[in-house]
Write a protein that binds this ligand. Sequence first.
Ligand code: BV8
Ligand code: ZN
Length: 253
Amino acid sequence: MDHDSAVREAAALLARSRRVVVFTGAGVSAESGIPTFRDALTGLWQRFDAQSLATPEAFRADPALVWGWYEWRRSAVSRARPNPAHIAVATIEARRPGTVVITQDVDDLHERAGSATPVHLHGSLFAPRCFDCGQPAPPPGPADEPPDGRRLEPPRCTACSGPVRPGVVWFGEALPEAALRAAAEAAAACELLLTIGTSGLVYPAAEIPHLAARAGAAVVQLNPMPTPLDPVAAVSLRGPAAQLLPRLVDAAG
Ligand code: BV8
Ligand code: ZN
């Protein structure tokens, strides 16, 4: 299917769908200048593998190294702006009330683009909590300067003086039950699932588009690269989300 007919096909699917799920990964924030998960390893952290740094073990071993990485990412997000893909997602929600946005991203760009209640399967950079007792901690103020490549001692919990950790889901940690349940229910009930900018490699989140397809939904994928989701996608649009998604939403009305 050539690109233009793929866009027409995808637009026709969106045009006739009322129950829509939008499932996003780090690629939807790429054009806001936010490095994807794997690319977010520079400076002091470049010698690490993301999967080894995004773990409770890494935080226990060197809280300042891991907290510094997340504070660098949080300061990058605070300086970034939602891109046309985030805005197009919010337009889909405005035109199709009941649309459910499910994201693996830990940034707040969907919210800042107008998405009311995105389901964060992997938590958020803006909900830190105590590593020991779990008490929520106030997000530290905007990191005054991007601590790129610097260790930063995490703040201390006011209840038990344990170290404060980022409010994200690390490898080996369970996803928030309510979020996963809401995502699975939405995927099982939708007519169309748009998967945007995800490599489809990390489970159980990556199961969501497969679940929608098994339940009979059409899956449309937007990603510059092939992914393990290709086989379940009725249409795969190859390209950057900030270009493709607004075109799709305009064509679908
Ligand atoms: C769990 C938060 C159990 C942190 C993240 C072996 C086989 C199968 C599974 C496993 C296994 N070994 C271990 C596991 C389980 C593991 C897993 O799936 N590992 C994978 C790597 C094999 N999963 C877990 O550990 C999960 N927990 O299983 O717990 C359990 C159960 C009960 C009780 C206790 C324990 C937890 C996983 C969550 C990890 N946290 N994020 C943080 O952000 O720091 S995952 C993180 O990586 C992201 O959230 C994202 O989901 C994932 C991938 O990152 P990226 O590749 O950057 O992003 P993405 O996938 O979204 O891909 C980017 C895409 O964008 C690319 O395709 C690219 O082509 C595209 N793109 C680029 N530019 C653009 C674009 N697209 C559009 N436009 C553009 N411009
Ligand atoms: Zn505590």
